[in-house]
Design a protein around this ligand. Sequence first.
Ligand code: OOG
Ligand code: MG
Length: 258
Amino acid sequence: MKLPLAEIAAKLRRAREDHMPIAQITSMSDAFSLADAYEVQRILYEQALAEGKHHCGYKMGLTSPAKQVDVGVFEPIRGFLLSEMEWEKGRDLEMNRFIHPRVEPEVAVVLKDRLYGSDVSLRDVVSRLAFIGPACEIVDSRFENFKFTLPDVIADNSSAAGFMVGSGNLLSELSRLRLMGIAIRKNGVIVETGAPAAVLGDPLLSVVALARSLAKEEKALEPGKVILTGGITTSVSFTKGDVLEVIWPGEILKFRAV
Ligand code: OOG
Ligand code: MG
């Protein structure tokens, strides 16, 4: 049986609101394609805007080998970010917003000029950079056991759930960005280490991929939007009481799960 896409969107929305994970769509509905999956994501996006929520950016996902191997999906994906997903540096993170959250280190990018086209290049991105910042993302799959296939995770807005962006602009250190050492510390113990080069060799290539992907829908990357370029390491799960630190040279993004 093939479920209507609006019904699938409603199931995902309920899972997010009630914090109750659901079975994979690909196990419930026949022939659920990638195009269907992006259409479900679009329905969720339109609903959020209709409810007065603010679209503040995009996320790329599964752009590093660590992430691809971790979730068993080997193709980059995108999702949308809403202002309500952002939480401020230093603030506690309320666990009751999520199902089974995980944190991952990411490079955040903001452009100062519009970027549009199916043939944009790395140079087009570099010439438009306004901000490159240390960031972390909270992913929270709406699927049971955090298990999904490619169309499932795309329909689920690529597990988008939260993000924090640091204040330090790394733009002046662009040439060093790719090999900057980063780490995640959980309750005082380093649990992951990595460098931004893990993301497609250069996280700015993730912005290229995003712009090209949006161009397929005749959409441009607008200036001022936050772009999360994808997890550098495997994501780290946490529960109430845990203290997480995403450590960048010069800046630590620290929070307590409450
Ligand atoms: C899928 C989303 C992937 C990333 O940065 O790779 C992602 C997931 O891991 O739940 O956000
Ligand atoms: Mg991510």
